[in-house]
Design a protein around this ligand. Structure first.
Ligand code: BEZ
Ligand code: FE
Length: 323
């Protein structure tokens, strides 16, 4: 929009636009006092934390440019502040709503990519398994189980999702390899795994599930091999009963994640890998609400014959970077 008023400023870069009645947007640099940004950046003192002193000028510039570019009003800024405040109020040791807000904006996925890129840029080894976000439902100290055990606890016909669990029962096996050249198996690596029940809930969200249900840790053998029974994962909505969920609705977005299984894989002398695998049949595979799917992590479960414990099977190898 063309300006119709003269703004008076002592600064050189505040521009007099009084003569501009042509109805054409002059661009943020013409309308607003750009020296404000430099003043805020220059306010950082010589004893500032070095990393903050390095990164804050960029953050301040991007924030200010954003506000100028969209003509952010006081009411809109106040609504944004209130959204963040609400996230903080709802967060505790069981729920991290501010992280969820970051997740739906793709920020956890982005910083995960940046971190992985910095680590692998510094490494000379071959391709390792891509990372994916940790998410808020990890619990340390899952039961350490023998290879071939099941992470599904106490499955009886009285469980509300018994039929779905039987139909989705799966056997997963694979090897943990070093991405060294040549690639070699890692013995005594730990494969820490967790996923939701067929009702879309992790055990800590669901009082009906036993403690640590659908979680387990497995130690690889001399060939780097692990094996366990679990369930084929289902799509589920991220918690959407708080401000992050309200924000999704305002953006006309759905809260679903495609069915996935989380892993943390660690091995002696190797960088610990946090990742997820995704079921290629899932309708949300291209529409993850937190943008965490990567092509190399998409898998296909195959029908399993002759095993009363599993209808499906999957072979998947992890490759860890030497440190
Ligand atoms: C999850 O996969 O567990 C998750 C990730 C990000 C936000 C919410 C849930
Ligand atoms: Fe998850």
């Amino acid at each position: 929009m063309g300006q119709t008023q003269t703004r008076v400023s002592s600064s050189d870069s505040a521009v007099d636009v009084s003569s501009n009645f042509d109805g054409i947007d002059d661009g943020p640099e013409k309308k607003y006092d750009l020296t404000l940004t430099d003043k805020v950046i220059a306010a950082t003192g010589p004893n500032a934390l070095p990393r903050l002193a390095q990164i804050m000028p960029s953050l301040i510039r991007h924030l200010h440019d954003f506000a100028r570019e969209v003509d952010l009003t006081v009411d809109e800024w106040t609504a944004g502040v209130e959204l963040i405040n609400e996230c903080g109020r709802m967060s505790d040791d069981k729920r991290n709503e501010t992280m969820l807000l970051c997740d739906i904006l793709g920020l956890e996925t982005l910083v995960d990519e940046v971190t992985a890129h910095m680590v692998s840029a510094a490494s000379a080894s071959g391709a390792s398994t891509p990372t994916s976000i940790l998410g808020p439902f990890y619990r340390p100290n899952a039961p350490l189980l023998p290879n071939g055990a099941s992470i599904v606890q106490d499955l009886t016909p009285s469980v509300p999702w018994y039929d779905e669990a039987v139909a989705s029962s799966a056997y997963i096996t694979g090897r943990v390899m070093s991405s060294s050249n040549p690639s070699t198996p890692i013995r005594n690596a730990i494969v820490d795994v967790w996923h939701t029940a067929p009702n879309g809930l992790y055990e800590q969200q669901d009082p009906e599930q036993p403690d640590m249900n659908l979680r387990g840790r497995f130690k690889t053998d001399g060939d780097g091999r692990f094996a366990f029974y679990c369930l084929r994962p289902v799509a589920y909505p991220i918690p959407d009963d708080g401000p992050a969920g309200k924000f999704l609705a305002l953006l006309d977005r759905h809260p679903y994640r495609p069915g996935h299984i989380h892993f943390i894989v660690s091995g002696p002398g190797h960088r610990t890998l946090t990742t997820q695998i995704f079921d290629d049949c899932d309708e949300y595979i291209t529409k993850d609400s937190v943008f965490a799917v990567k092509d190399e992590l998409v898998v296909r479960f195959e029908p399993r014959e002759g095993d009363s414990q599993a209808q499906w099977s999957l072979e998947y190898d992890f490759s860890l970077e030497p440190v």
